[in-house]
Design a protein around this ligand. Structure first.
Ligand code: HEM
Length: 215
């Protein structure tokens, strides 16, 4: 049987393509959106990472999810700096989640509270993606809206505490391969990973509706 890390990667491949080629992402990567759309997207990420990270400490001792909880991944402080840059000092008072974002964050929290394997699925879907395609998004954002390289506005994509992302991802995949659950539970985690991608795509869909291109 394939390793769990390849299983989870292969199983979500199609949805990865769907997320990558969603109208909102294509417009964002194509430099066709204004900075308000980027700020709105960044704001949505805040809700997702708040759900992932405010629950992380409690999961750190969990035998299944615990090994994945690594402070060097934490994104919330970086997101907050980006939002202060994008929206100004009052950013927190103006935070609002799209219904699709609320559904996504609620699901993450539900897994964090009741199902460590499900939390791992969400953890993988976000952080491994951020370490990979996130770098492409950062590059486009810097060019499109003129943020300083790796500076305020794109700090979310900068993992200061991970100097070698390729090595980190390799270690992460090894952690996945050693996950202490049986095959049935692995299948459930794979299903949750697909759900995580679908939740992301739904957020892109909602953002695409909010920021349709006039052209
Ligand atoms: C425009 C958007 C995106 C681009 C350009 C992109 C690009 C990439 C690239 C190039 C990789 C390969 C990295 C490698 O082989 O090490 C990757 C991996 C990954 N991406 Fe994306 N991605 C995008 C959006 C997303 C989204 C929205 C998600 C989910 C929230 C996501 C989740 C992942 C995951 C989990 C991996 C790791 C796969 C693995 O090695 O197991 N990506 N992405």
């Amino acid at each position: 049987m394939d390793s769990f890390s390849s299983l989870i990667r292969t199983a979500s491949h199609e949805q990865h393509v769907a997320a990558e080629t969603s109208t909102f992402m294509s417009d964002l990567l194509g430099g066709r959106l204004g900075v308000a759309a980027y700020a709105r997207y960044t704001e949505q990420l805040w809700f997702v990472y708040e759900a992932l990270e405010s629950t992380a400490e409690r999961l750190a001792a969990d035998p299944v999810a615990g090994p994945f909880v690594r402070p060097e991944l934490f994104r919330l402080p970086a997101l907050e700096r980006d939002l202060a840059h994008l929206r100004g000092p009052g950013w927190r008072a103006g935070l609002s989640a799209l219904p699709a974002t609320r559904a996504y964050a609620d699901r993450v929290r539900e897994c964090a509270e009741r199902w460590p394997g499900g939390y791992v699925a969400h953890h993988y879907t976000r952080y491994l993606g951020d370490l990979s395609g996130g770098q492409i998004i950062r590059d486009r954002a810097e060019k499109t809206w003129g943020f300083a390289r790796k500076g305020d506005g794109v700090r979310f994509y900068v993992f200061d505490a991970i100097p070698n992302p390729a090595a980190f991802k390799r270690d992460y995949r090894e952690l996945l391969d050693r996950i202490g659950v049986d095959d049935l539970e692995k299948q459930r985690v794979v299903s949750e990973c697909k759900r995580a991608f679908a939740l992301n795509t739904a957020v892109f869909g909602a953002l695409g509706e909010e920021f349709p291109l006039s052209a």
